[in-house]
Design a protein around this ligand. Structure first.
Ligand SMILES: C[S@@+](CC[C@H](N)C(=O)[O-])C[C@H]1O[C@@H](n2cnc3c(N)ncnc32)[C@H](O)[C@@H]1O
Ligand SMILES: [Zn+2]
Length: 268
């Protein structure tokens, strides 16, 4: 699906609502370097085909998806961590080496393709993508990212950037957004991996009883039932546990809430 967010966009904000607003399967490579102690569930878009999987402690070894099967490399990439004197250092505490992102991007994103880093920190991924002719979108809760991407594009690649308000000559315009994007009409189709996506969005909780379940116990439900005119689109779907789905039947969410046991409603 076509992305509806422009190349060279940096969002400042919580990535989950921003990711929900992006067209399904509109990026070629998702790189994730989250803070592992946040207790949040970032399963979507890890479950998507485009997602690179880098587990905690595995920064020098890459597991990647290629075609239909997941193939583990049988050799590791030896990339040194940034030393404290490195010229690359921006001062950002969790900065990853450019050499790591260079390799990931060249190996896993086609020329001209779109890379998304939803924890972009000091924008290493964005600069690497720019360097190799890939498009990029970065998201970070810290406003430092947009400042650093401009500094690094200039310092590393000699690119002069300007923000939207300036009319100076620029070679690359970095778009800074703080809003939540809206999916375009075409982005409203039903995704084939909707269960994965919804599970990530709901962070594993049933939309009815708000209990946490493993994915196998979840069922895809039309929020507004088809019998009431609801559509088979991503924005009209949710996950319910089996019990809630049976209770809701072809009724509405209001019907389900009215039928939930009082002790469950009290907990919600
Ligand atoms: C491990 S660092 C990423 C470092 C990055 N790979 C680099 O090379 O600079 C994790 C980043 O996640 C950001 N972050 C934490 N929670 C977030 C959230 N809910 N939404 C977006 N960014 C978040 C932090 O501000 C931090 O910059
Ligand atoms: Zn439930």
């Amino acid at each position: 699906m076509q992305p509806q967010v422009h190349n060279r966009t940096i969002f400042t904000g919580d990535n989950l609502p921003i990711l929900r607003g992006m067209n399904t399967e509109s990026v070629d490579l998702v790189y994730l370097d989250p803070p592992f102690n946040s207790n949040r569930n970032y399963e979507a878009p890890v479950g998507s085909k485009a997602a690179h999987k880098i587990e905690k402690g595995d920064y020098d070894k890459i597991v990647y998806r290629h075609g239909k099967t997941e193939v583990a490399l049988n050799d590791w990439w030896h990339i040194s961590i940034l030393n404290s004197q490195s010229k690359e250092r921006t001062g950002y505490p969790t900065q990853k080496p450019m050499a790591l992102l260079d390799r990931i991007i060249k190996a896993s994103c086609p020329q001209g393709g779109l890379v998304l880093d939803s924890f972009c920190g000091c924008a290493t991924t964005c600069v690497a993508a720019e360097k190799y002719g890939r498009q990029w979108i970065g998201i970070d809760i810290s406003a430092k990212a947009v400042e650093l991407v401009r500094t690094r594009l200039h310092k590393d690649l000699g690119i002069v950037t300007a923000d939207d308000k300036k009319t100076t000559v620029w070679d690359a315009k970095v778009i800074h957004r703080t809003d939540i994007p809206k999916r375009s009409a075409r982005g409203l189709a039903r995704s084939h991996n909707i269960k994965n996506i919804l599970y990530g969005q709901q962070e594993g909780f049933c939309s009815g009883c708000r209990t946490h379940f493993p994915m196998r116990n979840m069922e895809v439900d039309h929020i507004v039932p088809k019998a009431h005119g609801g559509q088979d689109t991503d924005d009209n779907l949710q996950l319910l546990c089996g019990a809630c789905n049976r209770t809701k039947g072809i009724g509405t969410m209001a019907d389900l809430m009215a039928r939930l046991p009082t002790q469950v409603v009290a907990r919600i």
